[in-house]
Design a protein. Structure first.
Lengths: 253, 281
C-alpha cells in the first residue's frame, strides 16, 4: 500500500506517570508525502509527533516502549546521539518561537552551530530559504532587526525557513497554522504542498477541512489509539471504522 | 453593588499599601540625605581617614568606597560565573527531573534565609582551615558564598519563565543542550539575568556582617588580594558608634555614597541591557 516507508512506528506505548497516553501505536508514514495525524484535542497527536524527534526526553516522568524506525534505525533505542537524530527533522510548533536574535541569525543559527561559517555561503543560504518561504521580499532590508518584531505569521514562516536551512529530511508540524491568520495559514499550506516533493511531512491537526485540503495520507487518532490510517482519498470517501465515520460527520466537535 | 464595593475596597487597599511603601522609602532616604548631605564633601570621597578621623578630624572614606567596590564587584563576578551556569543547568538539563529540581530549589531557599553573620562565621572557619588571614580575598570568597543562593534562585526564577517551546525549537535545529543554554535560553532572558545580578550586587555591597571577620577593616586601600579591605557598611557602623556628632553625620554621608553607588550601577547596567535587548529580542 505504501511504496517507501520513511517512518515506522511499532507497538509504541507511552505513559506519563500512571496515565497511558499512547496505546499500542502502529503506523507507517510514507516518504515524500504529506501525512496528517488527525484527531480531536487531547488524543495524543502532539505527543506522538514529539516522540519522533525525541522531544519527549524533556518531559517529566515519561515511560516509552516500542520502537520508531527511521531509515532502518530505531531512534528510541539507538546509540546515535539525539542531536544527530533531531537534525534530520525540522519542527514547526503551534506557535512560533523565534530565537532571541536577529532575522538573519534565526535562519543562520542551525548552519552556524553545525560549523558553517563562510559569510558568503551563509548569506546565500539565508536568502535562499527566506525566498522559499516567501519572506524575503518582506524582510530583505531589515535582516538585522530582532525576529520578534515580525508578525506572528511572518515569524511562523521564519521558523519554517530556519528549519529548512539545516537540510532536514522530515518536517514535523504541530498544528502549524492554529495561531495564524487565514492568509498566513494559506501560505504555509501551499508551501507544504510544494515541499512534500522533497520532504516527508508529518502534520498534526484537528481541523478536518485542512486535512481534506492537503493530506496524502491520514492517521486518525482517538483517545490515544490509532483508529484508522490510509490514503487520504480512501479515508475521507470510504472510512472503514464507525468512529472515523462519526468524526467525519462532526460528531466529536 | 457588592462587586462595586469590593472593587473600591481592594483598590484603596492597594493604593494605601503602595503609599505606605513609598512613604517608608522616602522617609529613609530623607533622613539619610538630611543628615548626610551636610557632612558630605569632596574630601570624604577622595581621602583616606587620617589620624583622628574617627574623633572628628580630617579625612574621608575612600578606603571603604574602594574596598566595597573591589569586594562586591569581585564577589558578584564570581557568583555570576558560578551561579548563571547552575541556573541554566537546572532549567535546561534538569527540566525533566522535577523532583530533584524542586529539592534543589528548596535547599537554595533555605540557605538564602541564613543570616549573613553565619556566613561570616563560616567564612572565618574556612579561612582558618585554608590558612588565609583577614583579607580582601577572604571577604570576596565569603560574600560570594553569601550571594550565590540569591544569584542562582533569582536567575532560576527568570529562566523558569522561558517557554519550553523555545527549548524544543532550538534542540530541533540540532543544537546541543549547552549551545541551547548559552545561545538561546540565556539570551532570551538576558535582561532578567542582569536584574538578578544587580540584586546580588546590592546584597553584596550592602552587607556588613559577612565581611566583619573576613575582610576586616583598615584605613588603607588594599593593593593586593592578601590585604584586608574596608567596606562602606562597616565604615557606617564604626562611624555611627562614635560619640562625636560630626562623625555620626559622616556615617550618614557614607550611607548616601553607598546608595548613590548602587543607583549608578543599577542605572548603568539597565541602560546597557536595554541597549543590548533592543538589538536581540
Amino acid at each position: 500500500m505504501i511504496e517507501n516507508t520513511k517512518i515506522k512506528v511499532d507497538k509504541l506505548n507511552l505513559y506519563i506517570g500512571k496515565q497511558h497516553i499512547l496505546k499500542d501505536i502502529n503506523i507507517e508514514i510514507p516518504e515524500n508525502k504529506l501525512t496528517v495525524i488527525l484527531g480531536p484535542s487531547g488524543c495524543g497527536k502532539t505527543t506522538l509527533l514529539k516522540c519522533m524527534n525525541r522531544l519527549t526526553d524533556l518531559y517529566h516522568d515519561v515511560k516509552i516502549d516500542g520502537s520508531i524506525i527511521i531509515d532502518n534505525e530505531d531512534i528510541l533505542h539507538t546509540k546515535t546521539d539525539v542531536t544527530e537524530i533531531r537534525k534530520k527533522m525540522g519542527l514547526l510548533s503551534q506557535r512560533p518561537f523565534p530565537l532571541p536574535m536577529n532575522i538573519y541569525n534565526n535562519v543562520a543559527y542551525g548552519l552556524k552551530i553545525s560549523g558553517r561559517r563562510n559569510k558568503k555561503a551563509l548569506d546565500a543560504r539565508v536568502e535562499n530559504y527566506l525566498k522559499q518561504v516567501n519572506l524575503w521580499d518582506e524582510v530583505h532590508d531589515r535582516l538585522r532587526e530582532p525576529a520578534s518584531k515580525l508578525s506572528i505569521g511572518q515569524q511562523q514562516r521564519l521558523c519554517l525557513a530556519r528549519g529548512l536551512a539545516v537540510d532536514p529530511e522530515i518536517i514535523l508540524a504541530d498544528e502549524p497554522t492554529s495561531a495564524l491568520d487565514p492568509i498566513s495559514s494559506e501560505t504555509i499550506e501551499r508551501k507544504f504542498e510544494e515541499l512534500k516533493q522533497q520532504y516527508t511531512i508529518v502534520m498534526v491537526t484537528h481541523i478536518l477541512r485542512q486535512a481534506r485540503r492537503i493530506a496524502d495520507y491520514v492517521v486518525f487518532m482517538y483517545m490515544g489509539e490509532v483508529i484508522e490510517q490510509g490514503p487520504a482519498k480512501e479515508f475521507f470517501e470510504n472510512p472503514k471504522m464507525d468512529r472515523t465515520k462519526a468524526y467525519l460527520q462532526g460528531a466529536f466537535n | 453593588m457588592i462587586k462595586k464595593i469590593e472593587e473600591i475596597f481592594f483598590r484603596s487597599l492597594m493604593l494605601i499599601s503602595n503609599m505606605l511603601i513609598l512613604f517608608v522609602l522616602a522617609l529613609i532616604l530623607f533622613s539619610i540625605f538630611k543628615k548626610g548631605l551636610s557632612a558630605l564633601n569632596w574630601e570624604m570621597l577622595t581621602q583616606r581617614p587620617h589620624g583622628g578621623y574617627y574623633y572628628g578630624k580630617e579625612g574621608g572614606v575612600l578606603n571603604a568606597i574602594v574596598g566595597s567596590l573591589y569586594l562586591s564587584i569581585g564577589a558578584t563576578f564570581l557568583a555570576t560565573i558560578i551561579g548563571v551556569p547552575v541556573a541554566l543547568f537546572m532549567n535546561v538539563y534538569l527540566v525533566k527531573q522535577r523532583k530533584i529540581l524542586n529539592f534543589i530549589r528548596f535547599l537554595l531557599d533555605l540557605i538564602w534565609g541564613v543570616p549573613s553573620i553565619v556566613y561570616g562565621a563560616f567564612g572565618f572557619t574556612l579561612m582558618v582551615f585554608l590558612g588565609i588571614k583577614t583579607s580582601l580575598l577572604a571577604g570576596i570568597i565569603t560574600v560570594t558564598l553569601f550571594i550565590l543562593p540569591i544569584m542562582i534562585r533569582a536567575c532560576d526564577e527568570i529562566l523558569k519563565t522561558s517557554p519550553l517551546g523555545l527549548l524544543e525549537a532550538s534542540l530541533s535545529l540540532g543544537s546541543t543542550k549547552t549551545e541551547t543554554s548559552f545561545r538561546v535560553v540565556l539570551m532570551q532572558s538576558f535582561s532578567g539575568i542582569v536584574t538578578a545580578i544587580l540584586l546580588s550586587f546590592g546584597r553584596a555591597i550592602g552587607d556588613a556582617a559577612s565581611v566583619l571577620f573576613t575582610a576586616g577593616y583598615t584605613d588603607s586601600i588594599p593593593t593586593s588580594l592578601n590585604e584586608p579591605a574596608a567596606t562602606l557598611p562597616l565604615s557606617i557602623f564604626f562611624q555611627l558608634s562614635s560619640p562625636v556628632p560630626e562623625v555620626q553625620n559622616r556615617a550618614y554621608a557614607s550611607a548616601v555614597i553607598l546608595i548613590v553607588i548602587i543607583l549608578i550601577i543599577s542605572l548603568l547596567s539597565r541602560a546597557l541591557s536595554k541597549k543590548y535587548h533592543k538589538n536581540r529580542i
